[in-house]
Design a protein around this ligand. Structure first.
Ligand SMILES: [Zn+2]
Length: 338
């Protein structure tokens, strides 16, 4: 019964707020339709009173009736007030109000461009859950139990033992565990890190993960696919270089750099590439045979490569941004520039 009384009190507060916002007779009629008309919220509530147990019927019915009478009186008073104010003449010469048109978020623009490029290269676009099991985020990817990435500092753990995925590679493991090769797959999505934010680090950002598994796939295929794709994504000619690196789920692993696009000529005091002329853009490598075995893919027959990159970082490069936090700031001054 207390639930119902609470609902009546809430409904009263809600209706009062709605009424206080009414400016015109048309809005007032709308108010009446929502709350007081035959199918309105209050008569609907009153109709349920007769089905209550007899000891509840009286107090609930009384409260609902009081609410209805009170609101009806306020409605009539508001109507009298608005009518007295008179009707303003309609001026057909006043310029119309232009509705504000929304537009895509810069991260969405870049994500769709990336998807477009890989679709054109025969990749399939897939999605994975943001709340993930440690099995897919770590275990199947050959991330050892003692690996620092599992630390509380880096991962948002849920109380039920699951986590917010720290990379889109989690979806990679999921896809491989549930499909049979060959496959070419791109998985874009949000990922989460439990870490302090600064101009280049955010606790939420977006990645894209690519996966290519077939017979006879080699590192040369990886270089060919990435070279072509990156060129199309940044819309200009770029050089690409591989540097050896370590990720537990690939062997060999590489960091992929592209030539710095921030200016022509010397990059000696360039803030984007810090004077090197190269910008790190992706991590990649040949999928580790242990990972293939973990997801029951025959590693004697199939080989594959995987790559992962930050959509935020590509967007920063494209739009020459220096602070990653702007993306989630919700600041209209920033968003209106795209
Ligand atoms: Zn540079």
């Amino acid at each position: 019964m207390t639930d119902l009384l609470q609902r009546i009190a809430d409904l009263q507060a809600e209706a009062r707020t709605a009424l206080s916002r009414v400016q015109t007779l048309a809005e007032l009629e709308q108010f009446r339709n929502v709350y007081l008309a035959r199918r309105g919220k209050i008569p609907t509530l009153l109709r349920t009173v007769k089905d209550l147990p007899s000891d509840e019927r009286r107090p609930v019915g009384a409260a609902a009736n009081t609410l209805r009478r009170g609101l009806e009186a306020e409605y009539l008073a508001a109507r009298a007030r608005l009518r007295a104010r008179g009707v303003r003449p309609f001026d057909v010469t006043v310029p119309g109000r232009k509705p504000v048109l929304g537009h895509l978020h810069p991260l969405t623009i870049v994500r769709r461009d990336i998807e477009e490029v890989f679709l054109g290269m025969g990749f399939e676009i897939l999605d994975g859950p943001e709340v993930e099991e440690p099995r897919y985020n770590f275990d199947l990817l050959n991330v050892p139990l003692e690996h620092p990435a599992r630390d509380l500092m880096d991962t948002f753990w849920l109380t039920d033992g699951r986590l917010l995925r720290t990379h889109t590679s989690a979806a990679q493991a999921r896809v491989m565990a549930n499909r049979t090769p060959p496959f070419r797959i791109l998985i874009p999505g949000r990922v989460f890190r439990h870490e302090a934010t600064d101009a280049t680090h955010e606790s939420t950002f977006s990645q894209f993960e690519g996966l290519y598994v077939d017979e006879g796939v080699s590192l040369a295929d990886l270089k060919g696919v990435l070279g072509e794709a990156l060129q199309r994504i940044v819309h200009q000619r770029v050089d690409i270089r591989f540097r050896p690196s370590y990720f537990p789920f690939v062997e060999p692993g590489v960091e992929v750099d592209i030539s710095c696009l921030s200016r022509r000529g010397s990059h000696r005091d360039c803030r984007v590439c810090k004077g090197t002329g190269w910008v790190e853009i992706l991590g990649a490598g040949m999928i580790h045979p242990v990972v293939l075995q973990n997801v029951a893919v025959d590693s004697t027959r199939y080989r594959g490569f995987a790559f992962g990159g930050s959509i935020d970082r590509l967007a920063m490069l494209r739009y020459r941004l220096t602070d990653i936090r702007l993306f989630w700031s919700g600041d209209p001054n920033f968003l209106e520039q795209f």
